[in-house]
Each structure stands twice: as C-alpha cells, then as structure tokens.
Write a protein that binds this ligand. Structure first.
Ligand code: F6R
Length: 613
C-alpha cells in the first residue's frame, strides 16, 4: 500500500525523501512523487512507474528545500497516472498533501467543494483534503492548523497524511486515522513515515501517532494534538532496528535473504520463550492461567499467508488443547454473524499488524466481548495496540513482498502457544512438552539442511517452471503447507498454482492431471498417519502420468518409485513438519520466479501491507 515520508529540518529534504521512499518500496506502488518547500513556493515532482523515473525527473528539474513530503502510490481511486499520483494540491497550489488510506465520503465532499468553485484535477479521493483545508481557510479559520483540523473533522474513512503549506515554510503537518504513520525524532530534524525502516538510520526515537492525532513538526520540535485541538503527550519509543537489517546483506533479493534468515530467526524466537527449566514461557499473553483453563473456544482470523498460519494453528491447538478452534479469513469473517463471546479467545495473525480486514475483524470480535491475542511482527502497529496480549514473531523487517520468515515464525508461535496452553489445560503432560521442546530445538538446523539443498531445488524449478500451471497437495498439517507453497509460486513466479487437500483429488482436481502437470506432493514422515494416504494420492497422479515433485523425508526410498523429482527434508515430528517443509516450497517458488524473470521482491500488482479492504 502507499508509502509516505516527510522531512523537516536544517538539511535539504530531497535526499531523505528519496532514500525513505526506497526503503518503503516493499509496500508496493505504481507511481511516486514529492513536494518540497523551496523557501518561497511549493515545488512538486511526480511520475508513473518506479522511483528511478522520479530520480530522472529530479535530475532534469532539480529541487531543494528544508521541508518536504514524498509518496509512493498504490492505485485505488483512479488509474496509475501522473495526474492521480501524489502529492495533491488545492486550487491555489499552496497546500500539498500525501495520503495513505481511503476517504470514504470523498464524493460527497467533492460535490460540495465543486459547487464552491474548486477545480479538481485528479480522480483520487485524496484531492478533497487540500481543497477542504483551502475552503476552511476561505471560510475564516483563524490559522492553517485550525483549517486543517476542521477539514479532518469532516473526512470519514482512513488516512495517514503529510501536509505542507506554502504559507508556513517552517511546519510540516502529519495526521493519522486508521492508517499507520510514525514521527521520527532525529538531531534537529524530524521525519514522518509509514513505517520505521524508512527512517531508522536517522532517528533515535519514534512516536507512533494514534488514531485522531495530528502532529506539527518544526525545526525545533514536535507537538501532537487531537482533532479538537487539545494537546497530547506522546510516548517516545526507542528504535532498536539496525540499519543493515533493511539491506540485502549480499543476497540478490530481500526474499532470498529472508528465506535464509529463518534458522536464526526461529532459534532466537524459541530461546526467548524457553525458561531455565526448558519449559515454554509466554508471559506476554497477559492472562491469568484460569482464563485458559476455563476457555471454550478459539477463533483465529488472518489473511493470505497469515491465514495459512491460522489454518495450521487451528489443527495444532485443537489437537493439543482440546478447545474448539476455528480459523477464517479476515475478509470473510468481518461479514459473518459469528457466534463468539467473552469465552472465545480471538487470535489475529498479521505480519504487518495493519491489514484492514484483520483489523476490522478484531474490532468486531472486541465488540462481541472476546479477548484479543495478536501474533504480529511489527511493534507499535495498529493490531498490537488494539490487542490485549501480543506474541511477537520478532523476525525483523520483512521487505520482500512475499512473506517467508514471518510465516515460519507464525507457525512456530502457534506451536509454542498450543503446547503451552495444552499443558496449562492438562491436555498434555510435562514429558510430552519436553518431547516437543526437543523437536522444536531441531527445527532451525533442519531448515538449514533444506537451505543447503538450494542447488537441487533450483534444478527442479528450472525443469518445471515453464508450464502454465502447477498443483500442490498435502494432508492434515501439511494441507496449509500445500496452500502456502501454491500461493508463493503464483505470487512471485506468476505461474498459475493451486493448493489442494490431497483427499479432495477424486472430487475434482484429478481431472487436471496429464503428462505436463507438475504436482508437488508433500509426503513427509513415513510414520505419520497420513503418509500412506499421501502415497495413494501420489499413485493416482503417477497412474495418470502427472509429473510428481515430492517433498519427502530423508531416506524414504518408496517415494523414489513414484516421483520424478524429490526434495528430501530432515525427519521432523509431524505436527512441526510444516515449519521445515514450507522452506523447500519457498525456494521452489523462488527459483521458478527467477527462471521466469519476474521482479521477485516486488511482484506485479501486490502490496506488502494491505491497509485497505
Ligand atoms: C503473501 C503475503 C500476503 C500476506 C497478507 C496478510 O506472501 O505476504 O498474503 O500474508 O497480505 O498480511 P499481514 O500478515 O501483514 O496481515
């Protein structure tokens, strides 16, 4: 979704605006622009396409100034075009605005403003904001700030805004309602940004603006107030991200780097949650043990990859805690009439913590009396702030649009939580917990082993990448793995891919099988209950000459007779095997995408963080 940056200080703003926008590229965009206060006027540069285009524009038409705002746009209202890209101006060209979110009542506002002779240039919802401020000024607002607050009180929907006024060269305004925005505090310089990585090498602290807050940034400080003008005292948080975390560290893409970070990330996450007696500890849940003992039901809601993690969580929680557990998509859940109440624990899973459908579902669940537990990667995100307890996935910034390390960390968190809650509810014994802990400790090395099979996986991807389609099948814990493998493939390689529960083959998808179709079969652990069933499914595919790519356990020779290609993975306890198996599928998708020549870190049409419905 759109990225916002802004600068107010004593240096030239343009170099930061471009650097900050580059760090937000992962959010996805189709056009970009900036506005700079040159000292006596607002200069705007914008264009369609990548930031390189904007850089070219700036070298042809350079601009300088000590305050500025920048934007990468992911089109919602109005096609990607120069006219629709941000910043947007009022009629007089004296107010510039960048925006992430949706102004829901924009048509109504625009109709009124047009009757007052405002001339609109774009098809965006955003453009009403500068015109509204201009109108409030015309109608007699005592100051620019008053006009801004009055305008925002009229806007409905969601926004993160950066605003410059030609008449106030020393002030940059920022506002937030429902879309993320942070203020970065540097040495005599202040920043706004959609996300911390944009500013992390320039600031010592950040303020996470709350909904309904407006900030005024001046060269000598920041003040924050509410929409009614009352000042607030914002909390300053320290930034503990290292700048190099946002760099590629020698990998050709962020996605590949993030795939390789998984052993380290998971090891650290596991260590953080084991106490001195090797038992799982989750103090951050902030709930009395009795709460979990008396609980009836768990509802897990998330979107995309995080939904696959939720499906895995449902199986594991149900199995280890004896609770009734359901998992749903945010976009579906929010329109249901769910039967949930104060005896339901609502778990929201989100890498970004800003996904609109997940947040809407959280608000619905809260209204119905549920306690909210978040599994999230981004401290200070909206989800974190709206939840009663949070288990952080602690992956560091995930820049590649396709989620990898956040997914395996979400699975690990579900494993930790399920075992922990199972023991608390006396559904599993301490010995069983210790068995699980031993198996969990082997996961980072098992992933490492898969990463070392990189060459084998690349060769398999090279062989199968050019077909029009691929099928992924798995059962039980590895059914979500099949869905996730297919999702990874389609989103980065653009090869059509379907994930299916293998038991459904005869109910339809078997009709697809012919001698051209690659079928990825997740068939690990010969001792598992569903192994034999998976073998039967593979035989069905083989009999119809499908091209089987098996993910199988090291040493399994039976698979050799059926599969054209095999990715061997280490033997891992069935319940935990998805954490390892999915890494093979991440690499398979990665190398298919590489062979197909796509833009892996920024796949077409996708945004990292889906902050609108
Ligand atoms: C796919 C992917 C998306 C996200 C989904 C939810 O690789 O990353 O499907 O998982 O948009 O995002 P979060 O986890 O930020 O709520």
């Amino acid at each position: 979704m759109c990225g916002i940056v802004g600068y107010m200080g004593r240096s030239d703003s343009v170099s930061f605006l471009m650097e900050g926008l580059k760090r937000l590229e992962y959010r996805g965009y189709d056009s970009a622009g900036l506005a700079v206060h040159t000292g006596d006027a607002l200069a705007v540069r914008k264009c369609v396409g990548r930031l390189a285009e904007l850089e070219n524009r700036l070298s042809e038409q350079p601009v300088q100034g000590r305050s500025g705002i920048g934007h990468t746009r992911w089109a919602t209202h109005g096609e990607p075009s120069e006219i629709n890209s941000h910043p947007h101006l009022d009629s007089s060209g004296r107010i510039a605005v960048v925006h992430n979110g949706i102004i829901e009542n924009y048509q109504e506002l625009r109709d009124t403003l047009e009757k007052q002779d405002h001339v609109f240039r774009s098809h965006t919802d955003t453009e009403v904001i500068p015109h509204l401020i201009e109108q409030e000024r015309t109608d007699g607002a005592a100051s620019f700030r008053d006009a801004l607050l009055a305008a925002l009180r009229k806007a409905r929907g969601a926004y993160a805004l950066g605003i410059l006024s030609q008449d106030e060269p020393g002030i940059l305004y920022a506002a937030r309602l429902g879309s993320p925005l942070i203020i970065g505090l540097g040495e005599n310089e202040y920043f706004i940004a959609s996300d911390v990585p944009a500013v992390m090498n320039r600031v010592h602290g950040v303020i996470y603006l709350d909904d309904g807050e407006v900030a005024e940034l001046k060269p000598d400080g920041v003040t924050v107030f509410k929409l009614d003008g009352t000042p607030t005292t914002p909390e300053i948080k320290t930034v503990d991200l290292q700048p190099e975390a946002a760099e590629r560290a020698g990998f050709e893409t962020f996605m590949l780097k993030e795939i390789h970070e998984q052993p380290r990330v998971l090891r650290a996450l596991l260590e953080k949650h084991l106490d001195h007696a090797n038992r799982i500890a989750l103090p951050e849940i902030h709930a009395e043990p009795d709460y979990f003992r008396n609980l009836h039901r768990v509802m897990i809601v998330s979107c995309g990859t995080a939904y696959h993690a939720g499906m895995y969580g449902r199986l594991l929680l149900e199995n280890l805690t004896g609770l009734a557990v359901e998992a749903d998509l945010g976009s579906e859940f929010r329109y249901r009439s769910p039967k949930i109440d104060q005896n339901t624990l609502f778990i929201a899973v989100s890498q970004s913590g800003e996904t609109a459908d997940t947040l809407a579902s959280v608000r619905l669940a809260r209204d119905m009396g549920c306690r909210i537990l978040a599994i999230c990667n981004v401290p200070g995100s909206t989800l974190v702030r709206e939840s009663d307890g949070v288990i952080f996935t602690d992956c560091g910034p995930e820049i590649g649009v396709a989620s990898t390390k956040a997914y395996t960390a979400q699975l690990l968190v579900f494993a930790l939580f399920s075992i922990w809650a199972g023991r608390l509810r006396n559904e599993i014994s301490s010995d069983m917990e210790q068995d699980f802990v031993r198996a969990l400790k082997r996961i980072p090395d098992a992933i490492h082993y898969v990463l070392e099979r990189d060459r084998v996986i690349r060769d398999i991807a090279d062989k199968h990448h050019d077909g029009p389609s691929a099928l992924y099948i798995g059962r039980r814990y590895n059914y979500p793995t099949a869905l996730e493998g297919a999702l990874k493939n389609k989103e980065i390689s653009y090869q059509h891919a379907e994930g299916y529960a293998a038991g459904e083959m005869k109910h339809g998808p078997i009709a697809l099988i012919n001698e051209y179709l690659p079928v990825v079969c997740i068939c690990t652990r010969t001792a598992d209950a569903v192994y034999e069933k998976m073998m039967s499914n593979m035989k069905e595919v083989e009999a119809r000459h499908g091209r089987i790519i098996a993910v199988a356990t090291d040493g399994d020779e039976a698979v050799l007779k059926l599969a054209e290609d095999i990715i061997y993975v280490p033997d891992t306890r069935e319940e935990l095997s998805p954490i390892v198996n999915v890494v093979a599928l991440q690499l398979l998708a990665y190398y298919a995408a590489q062979a197909r020549g796509t833009d892996i870190d920024k796949p077409r049409n996708l945004a990292k963080s889906v902050t609108v419905e």
